[in-house]
Every structure is written in C-alpha cells, then in structure tokens.
Design a binder for this molecule. Structure first.
Ligand code: SAH
Length: 251
C-alpha cells in the first residue's frame, strides 16, 4: 500500500466551504485523499463541491470531528502549518523537510497529519501544542499568509516530491542493483590505471598528475559497481599485456 494512505490533511475550523473544496482538489492532484475536517464553521455546500473540481470523492469521504485532539488521536507525527514564523516554541520545519519526515514516518506505517488553521486566525496555541513540529512556508514576512488551499497545495506537493524522491532512489543505485564498489576497489582501479597510462606512454613527458586528477574526477562522479570496476580492470589488464608485447617486439 502506498505511504500516502498513512498521511492525512486536517483543516481546523474552516470558515469558507469553498476553501475546503479547493483543498480537496489540491490534495488529489498530488495523489493524496485523506482529508479530515475539524468543526468547520459551515457545512459543505455547492461552492465547496464546485471548487473541488472533480475531487468530490476526497471531499465526500472527509470525516468531520469536533476537536483537533480527536483528529490526531492515532497519529505518531503531527505537523502544524503556521502563517507566522517562530510564533511558538516548537521546532519549525521548511515544507520540504516536513514532506520528507512525513513520508519517512508513513513508510514505517505510522499515521501522519498535517494541520491547517482557520482563514482569519490560524491555529490556536492549544492546537499547536498538539503538534510535534510547526511548518512555515517561507513567505514574504510582510505578507505571510497564503490562502488556505494554496498552503495545502504547497505541502501536498512537498509530500509528493518526497515520495517520488524515495521511489527514484533504486534507479540511482550503482549498476542498476549491482553491489557498489568499495573505496579500496576503486582505488585499486586507479592504481592500475596510473600504471597502464605509464606503460602505454600516454603522458609523453607531461606530468601524470593532471590526467589522473581528471580521470579520478570522472570516475568518482559516478558510483561504480563492483562489476563495472572488474570490467574496467579487465580492459586495463589487456592494455598492459599489449604494451608488454609491443615493448618486447621493439627490443
Ligand atoms: N491569519 C491567519 C492565517 C491563516 S491562513 C494567521 O495569521 O495565522 C490559513 C492557514 O493556512 C493557516 O492557519 C496555515 O495552516 C496555512 N498557511 C497560510 N500561510 C502559511 C504559511 N506561510 N506557512 C504555512 N502555513 C500557512
């Protein structure tokens, strides 16, 4: 099951149903579907469904509870989104970091919540006390408050980016799943490469250090696998053998 099933977005005391609809849409575009409403001021209406623009499922499935405590009762990580920076004595995270922590926790099958406050007044101090950390989108300090659904969009995007980042990780593995070469194996290859360059008279009187520095940079930029190191060393061995033969025939 996808980690997003363990991540919920909670809207507390929302005043405009239209914002709830827009938040549902923002979530669905990023592959999130668990919306929870804490004591909305008004019930969902036609505007809410219109603004959800096709995310009626997310909107219609959203449970309504009376307190934030109820909404986060089973959560192991609760992140409170605040328009004002450093308002509370909570650790304050950037959205990107919050997304990464949420995905990491959800990957352990722990329940995670992002909490969003009221349009006019945000979250109360008591509500923030229920959070493990605050999240602040680093907006213009003189005009810091995003529309509720826009804030939801930013956090939903960061959750998606964190998920895509995790999914992309195996592709970045050396040699597509092969064991990465150890430091010593790569250094062994560099040693043989230096020898080979000498033996094939590559330097022709130039200082060997410059070429080796560039070649080291080239190979260290990619994470070589054990098999790739073996292949390269095989090529070098053949070059060394040919150099010996050529040297022999010259004598
Ligand atoms: N006037 C309110 C702003 C509320 S905006 C206040 O000053 O607190 C509605 C909700 O959107 C906020 O409670 C918060 O959850 C979210 N939000 C808006 N701007 C944000 C920002 N820059 N960073 C993080 N969350 C933000």
């Amino acid at each position: 099951m996808s980690v997003s099933t363990h991540i919920r977005f909670i809207l507390v005391g929302t005043q405009h149903p239209g914002n709830i609809g827009a938040a549902a849409r923002a979530m669905k575009t990023m592959g999130l579907s668990r919306l929870v409403l804490v004591a909305p001021e008004k019930p969902l209406d036609e505007v809410a469904f219109r603004r959800s623009a096709g995310a009626e499922d997310v909107l219609g499935d959203a449970p309504v509870v009376q307190t934030l405590a109820e909404a986060v009762g089973d959560c192991r990580l609760v992140l409170g989104c605040t328009a004002r920076s450093r308002r509370v004595s909570l650790e304050e995270l950037l959205p990107e970091v919050a997304g990464q922590r949420a995905v990491a926790k959800a990957g352990e099958r722990a329940e995670v919540a992002f909490v969003f406050g009221r349009e006019r007044t945000g979250l109360t101090n008591e509500e923030l006390q229920l959070c493990h950390a605050a999240v602040h989108i680093p907006s213009n300090p003189d005009f810091s408050s995003l529309n509720l659904a826009a804030a939801v969009q930013v956090l939903a995007y960061e959750v998606r980016m964190a998920q895509l980042g995790e999914a992309a990780m195996p592709v970045a593995e050396p040699g597509f799943g092969e064991a990465p070469a150890s430091h010593a194996q790569v250094e062994g290859m560099f040693g043989q490469l230096a020898e080979t360059l000498d033996q094939i008279d590559f330097h022709k009187g130039r200082a060997p250090e410059s070429a080796m520095r560039k070649l080291r940079r080239l190979f260290l930029r990619t994470e070589l696998s054990e098999q790739e190191v073996r292949l390269l060393r095989g090529i070098l061995s053949d070059a060394q053998r040919m150099a010996r033969l050529a040297g022999g025939s010259a004598n």
